[in-house]
Structure formats: structure tokens, C-alpha cells
Design a binder for this molecule. Structure first.
Ligand code: SF4
Length: 726
């Protein structure tokens, strides 16, 4: 009888917690979250935070669940009919490669689109390598991350990770409710408030626990964050609370910013946001004087009208107050200083600019274009010789445009799709149109751990190893640290890591010279070589490498932007034809005109503590805790529309309706209904069930009226709807 523990990186969400798991006679018993007698206070703190996560207790289910995909399957009968036959990996890969080659010959490499869940669950650098060598630019990435691209432009290929440090005196949470969605961060903030006097400002229209417990809670009308932040910027400038030295020496465009905020007197901003002018001024004074401070925003800001403008203003605030790259402030992250970075693996330089520029959606929505990436890369290289890992944020096709191309062949035909660890029918808007698009493909290959709705309409379904069945090297993309997690067990049945799929498919398509590593672990050995160790050595040691991250890095060579400064006035945005400074625009009048028919504002995309996007609905341990798709509404709004707490309701927009169980919540502002996303019914294989409670089936993705004009981002928050008893 053998018992052992293994160090893993949890892949059940993007937080990438590390912990040990227990293995007995080769069987995965589960995470070892017992208190260790010699644990440091920090380790104990982390253990408790992980133990409080509902998902972590479902780890064993992810491995042994009877519905896991275990063998490659090939469709027999009509697509979507649910009839499959088992075949070998060799045969499946041979057939898939042959069909892809035929599509490339007839329509060009760009006729192949790829979508994955990204690096967090499937070592996506190998997808990027395959794709660069194959020659298709059409990778559909996540529908979030706009903020990181804007920070790349304003600060020079860097992102800011909101990591409260011992020195942090203030945290401003923009539309984030860590008390519910980020319990780990919430615990840190609670401890810092108690022991080091941390102050918090929360900007949130919702009445959340994080907001209620904040020192200052600003409750703007939904979608008006840009105006609020511009009002704060104006106050800071007007009252000369800005950091003159940093602004003079390191910021570009301050004078233009001063001119711009003349349009935003605080009284006017108060009228737009519904927040008293005195509160806006008070928050601005506190933010500018309680230093160092950092700002934390997530999709709440990125998935609404005025998103880019709000994000620009969000990054201007630390710029003018000198909170940039100081300990405890908004620290600029960097690539790991020595390890081979993912962009040395992805070979993006092998795809010609002409081919890159065939990226679908790049002309209408240039933010994620390769042209943007090339600008970011060119400027960043002026100040650093380390690789630019912007490729993980830029070079994304616009999903709604790609799905349209599958249907109508514009701007050119897209005939094949590789869907890896992704469930676009649930996670991108306008799900019915996506269904139509998938049904038109010549070839759709899906690789996943469960038979999702998206898998059900594939031609080949391939069984993926889950995060506990494969090693993972995490962290060199945009953070200067590395973490390693070993495979807790070997993959069961015929499950494989995605690396295997990309390598084997690549070799069958003429890429054999570029895949010297036979396994994922060998590839990780190559990436760790500059550290003088193998992946096994790394795991046997601390499995963690975090070289010191210096602050004020810009002092050496300036910022990696066109001006060499921190760009309050963003010249890359200007070059792309967009406003280089933030502004606030009132929502499209057509939305107001719809108010009689659709009197409520729909908010979706809020994170669930149990389900990570569309995962986990088949796991009893989680489903028992959250059996139904929920929609929250304030009691007063519920009563106004004849909806009682616990009623099933239809939420209807101009593109369709979906069903949720209503829950009264004091958090909700009147006129707002919040619906959970990612809901499907693994117990029901009808096509209708894909859409029944799928909030993305009722989110409009109209390219002209519903997508951000720069990023193409979707309004997951802010579409007009009505709700009524089902
Ligand atoms: S599921 Fe829980 S334990 Fe796992 S990475 Fe996410 S937060 Fe951490």
C-alpha cells in the first residue's frame, strides 16, 4: 500500500491556487487541506482560504465522474444527433489532419479558426505554436482582458496585478465584490483593514458586502464609471493633489488631460452618476492623498458601455497621483527575467504580417489586432530585451465576426473550428447564432473533459486530461514568477493533455521539425533550462520561483510607449483612429427608446463561487448547493413586476428569452436584474436545453450597436430586458 502527496496547481478556476493532494495506491483521494503543525501564518492563511473555496472540494469528482470523456469519438449520423463511435487517437488525428489539409488547400489557412479557454487550463502556448506554423490568425480568445490591452498601450507592454502589499494604504475596488467572488482577496483585505489600517473605496451600483464595509462607497448609476472617474481626476487636478514631479517627468499628455476634464465639472458628473458632488470630491481627495494606493477592476468595468473610456480613466488616476510602480501601488508586472517565456514557444514571428492582418474583425475592432500587437512589441523592445508577451492579450479574432463568417462567408469563408477546453455555445453572446454557425462548418473538433453542448455539435470529440492529470508550469506570460504543479495521477483511460493534440496534429500537417519535445514535461524542461533545472528538479524544490520585482522600473529606460512616457494621452489609441483621452458618452438613445418594452437592465457575467463559467453543472457536490440558474432582483422591483422570491421567470430581450429562478436581493438596484451565466443542463441532451437558461442566448451581439467600437467587446452588462413569471 502506498500513500503520497503531490504538489498541484488547481485548474478549477483561473486563480491557480497551489496545494498538495493525497494519493493512495494510485488513487486520487483529494486535496490535503489539513492544518500543518509547522505551517507559517501565511501558509495557514492560504490553507484556510483554499479550504473555503466550494470548488476545491469537487476535485475528485472532476477525475472520476462517470460522465468524463474517456475515448476519442467520431460522429455518426447527423451533426448533433448524439450518435458516436469510438476510434483510436491515431485514427482520429489522421482523419482530422486530412480534412484540415483539404480545407487549407481549398480556402487558405485562415479558414481554420481556433478557440480555447486560454493558458489557465491547457498550456495554450502550444496552441499558439501550432497556429503560427499552420498560418491561421483566427484565434478566438476570451471576451475579457480589455483593461490589460489598454495598460499595454499606456504603460508599455505591462499589466498591473492588483496585489495588495504590506505598504498598501488604500484599495479602490471598481465594480468588484471580492466578498463574494474573490474570497481569498477578501480575507487579505479584511486582515489589512484590521491590522494595518487599510482604507477602501468601493465603486459599485450594487449594495454588496464589500461596498457596505468600505470606508467610502460610491454608488453610480450603472454604466457611468467613466464620468465618475473623470470627475475624480478633475478634482485631483483642480485641487492640485496630483504628483507634480511624476507628472512632469514621466507622464505624456497632462495638458491635454487638463483640457479634457474641463468638460467634467463635478456638479455635472454628479448629475450623470447620481452621486453627490461632495462624495466624488471626498473620494478623489482620499485616493490622491492616502498613498500608496491601488485600483482593482475586473469585468464589471470591462463589459459595459464606455468600457475603454472607463479603463483609460482608471489608469490615469494612478498615473497622476504617482501610484505607478511603487511598492503598495499599481505595480507594473514583468516577464520572468530568465526562464524561456511563452512567446519564445509560440513562434508568432513566423506568421507574416499580411497573414496576421487577415484576422477577422481586426479592421472594425482594432484593439485586439495584430497591428496593435506589433505596435506594442516594437515600442516595448525599446526599453527591454525580454520577450513581449502581449500575444496572450492581443491577436484575437472577434468571435461574433468569426461566427458570422462561418454562416455567410464574409470577409472570407471559415470552414473548420478547433474548440479546446471551451464552450462557446455558453460563453459567447448570441448563442443561437453560434449554434447556426457551428452547424454550417465542414469540420468541428472539440476536446474537453465532459460532453458539453458545444461538444455535442462537433464531428470529433477528444478526451482531455483534467488539470490533476497533467503537469503545469504557470506564470511566465506576464508575471515575473513561475509556479509548477505536477500531475497528481497519470491520465486515466485515453485522456490526453492538449499538448499531445497540438503536437500530433502539427506533425501530421508538416510541422515535425518544430516539435522536438515528446511530452509536455520535456517542453517545460526546455523552458526552465536557463534556470539550470528540469521540471522534475523544479517540483522537487519549492516549485516556485519569484525573483524580486523591482519598482520604478521605468527609471532605467523610460516606459515602452511611443513617447517613452506613461501615456495619459494614449498615442497608440490615436494612431488606431480613436480618442486618445477618456470621455463619457450617454448610452445609445435607442436603448432609452426601448424602455417601455424592456424596462429592466440585464447584468450577466458575475462570477459564481461554485461554478467556473460553464463548468461543474454535472457535479452533485456543487449542483446540490446551487441546483438552479438564478437571477437576482430587488424586492421592490420584483413586486412591481409581479415576481415573488423563488418564482421561475423568463428574462426576455429583443433577441430571445431564457429561464431563471428569481431571488430577491437587497444588492440589486431598482431596474436591474442580474442573471447567472454558463448554465446548461447536463442531464438533458436536447438542443433546446442549450438555450433554456443560457443568458448568452439573450445577449445581443450586433456589431454596430452592441459591441464596443474599439475592442468589439460585448455588453454583458447593460442590455435592456423585461422579466415576467414563467
Ligand atoms: S477552484 Fe478554488 S482552490 Fe481551485 S484555483 Fe480556484 S479558487 Fe483556488
Amino acid at each position: 500500500m502506498s500513500e503520497e502527496t503531490k504538489k498541484v496547481i488547481c485548474g478549477l478556476c483561473a486563480s491557480h491556487c497551489t496545494y498538495e493532494v493525497q494519493i493512495k495506491d494510485g488513487e486520487f483521494l483529494g486535496p490535503d487541506l489539513r492544518k500543518k503543525p509547522d505551517a507559517s501564518p501565511m501558509a495557514e492563511f492560504q490553507r484556510k482560504a483554499i479550504a473555503a473555496c466550494p470548488r476545491v472540494h469537487s476535485a475528485k469528482d472532476f477525475i472520476y465522474h462517470p460522465d468524463r470523456l474517456n475515448y476519442p469519438l467520431r460522429r455518426i449520423g447527423e451533426r448533433g444527433s448524439g450518435h458516436w463511435e469510438q476510434l483510436s487517437w491515431e485514427q482520429a488525428l489522421d482523419e482530422i489532419a486530412k480534412q484540415i489539409q483539404a480545407i487549407r488547400n481549398e480556402f487558405g489557412a485562415e479558414a481554420l479558426a481556433i478557440t480555447t479557454s486560454g493558458e489557465q487550463n491547457c498550456a495554450d502556448e502550444y496552441r499558439a505554436r501550432f497556429q503560427s506554423l499552420f498560418g491561421s490568425p483566427n484565434f478566438m480568445g476570451p471576451s475579457c482582458g480589455t483593461g490589460m490591452v489598454v495598460s499595454h498601450m499606456m504603460a508599455g507592454a505591462v499589466i498591473f496585478i492588483p496585489h495588495p502589499h504590506r505598504e498598501t494604504k488604500l484599495v479602490m475596488l471598481l465594480g468588484v465584490n471580492p466578498a463574494q467572488s474573490l474570497p481569498h482577496l477578501w480575507r487579505v483585505l479584511q486582515a489589512m483593514r484590521k491590522y494595518s489600517g487599510l482604507k477602501t473605496i468601493v465603486v459599485d451600483p450594487r449594495d454588496t458586502k464589500s461596498a457596505r464595509e468600505a470606508d467610502i462607497w460610491l454608488r453610480p448609476r450603472a454604466g457611468t464609471d467613466a464620468a465618475l472617474l473623470l470627475g475624480m481626476i478633475r478634482t485631483i487636478i483642480e485641487e492640485e493633489l496630483y504628483d507634480k514631479e511624476f507628472v512632469d517627468k514621466w507622464c505624456h499628455g497632462f495638458e491635454e488631460l487638463v483640457q479634457r476634464v474641463q468638460d467634467y465639472p463635478v456638479e455635472k458628473v454628479a448629475g450623470i452618476t447620481g452621486i453627490p458632488a461632495g462624495s466624488i470630491r471626498e473620494a478623489a481627495r482620499v485616493y490622491a492623498t492616502v498613498k500608496p494606493g491601488l485600483i482593482f477592476h475586473l469585468t464589471g468595468v470591462e463589459e459595459q458601455p464606455n468600457a475603454i473610456q472607463s479603463i483609460q480613466a482608471r489608469y490615469i488616476l494612478p498615473g497622476i497621483t504617482g501610484n505607478i510602480d511603487v511598492k503598495g501601488g499599481d505595480v507594473m508586472m514583468a516577464v520572468h527575467p530568465t526562464a524561456r517565456a511563452v512567446s519564445e514557444m509560440d513562434l508568432h514571428e513566423l506568421m507574416s504580417p499580411e497573414q496576421q492582418d487577415k484576422l477577422i474583425g481586426a479592421t472594425k475592432f482594432p484593439l485586439y489586432s495584430w497591428r496593435t500587437f506589433r505596435m506594442i512589441e516594437q515600442n516595448a523592445k525599446k526599453v527591454s530585451d525580454r520577450p513581449v508577451n502581449g500575444i496572450w492579450l492581443v491577436g484575437f479574432a472577434h468571435p461574433a465576426s468569426v461566427f458570422r463568417a462561418m454562416i455567410d462567408g464574409n470577409p472570407y469563408p471559415v470552414k473548420a473550428l478547433l474548440t479546446i477546453a471551451k464552450n462557446p455555445l455558453l460563453t459567447y453572446p448570441n448563442a443561437r447564432q453560434i449554434y447556426e454557425a457551428l452547424m454550417k462548418l465542414n469540420l468541428h473538433v472539440a476536446m474537453d473533459i465532459f460532453m458539453t453542448p458545444t461538444c455535442r455539435v462537433a464531428d470529433y470529440v477528444l478526451p482531455a486530461a483534467c488539470s490533476f492529470e497533467k503537469p503545469f508550469l504557470h506564470g511566465v506570460e506576464i508575471y515575473p514568477f513561475l509556479r509548477g504543479g505536477e500531475a497528481a495521477i497519470d491520465p486515466l483511460y485515453e485522456r490526453k493533455p492538449e499538448f499531445y493534440f497540438w503536437r500530433e496534429l502539427g506533425i501530421r500537417l508538416g510541422q515535425e521539425d518544430y516539435w522536438p519535445w515528446k511530452t509536455l514535461e520535456e517542453a517545460y524542461d526546455w523552458r526552465l533550462e536557463p534556470l539550470g533545472m528540469t521540471f522534475k528538479d523544479f517540483i522537487a524544490g519549492s516549485a516556485y520561483d519569484s525573483p524580486p520585482l523591482p519598482t520604478k522600473k521605468y527609471e532605467a529606460n523610460g516606459f515602452g510607449t511611443p513617447t517613452g512616457k506613461y501615456e495619459l494621452y494614449c498615442t497608440m489609441l490615436e494612431k488606431l483612429g480613436y480618442d486618445p483621452l477618456p470621455s463619457y458618452k450617454e448610452p445609445d438613445k435607442s436603448a432609452t427608446d426601448m424602455a417601455d418594452d424592456f424596462p429592466l437592465v440585464l447584468v450577466s457575467g458575475c462570477r459564481s463561487p461554485r461554478f467556473y463559467h460553464s463548468q461543474g453543472r454535472q457535479l452533485d457536490s456543487l449542483r446540490k448547493q446551487s441546483p438552479d440558474p438564478m437571477a437576482q432582483i430587488s424586492p421592490e422591483t420584483g413586486k412591481r413586476f409581479g415576481i415573488a422570491n423563488g418564482d421561475w421567470v423568463w428574462i426576455e430581450t429583443r433577441v430571445g428569452k431564457a429561464k431563471f429562478r428569481c431571488e430577491y436581493s437587497q444588492d440589486m438596484t431598482p431596474h436591474v436584474i442580474q442573471a447567472e451565466h454558463g448554465w446548461w443542463y447536463p442531464e438533458d441532451d436536447s438542443v433546446e436545453s442549450f438555450f433554456r437558461s443560457n443568458v448568452n442566448a439573450i445577449i445581443d451581439d450586433n456589431l454596430d450597436t452592441c459591441c464596443d467600437p474599439l475592442s468589439g467587446g460585448y455588453a454583458f452588462r447593460g442590455q435592456m430586458c423585461k422579466a415576467y413569471k414563467a
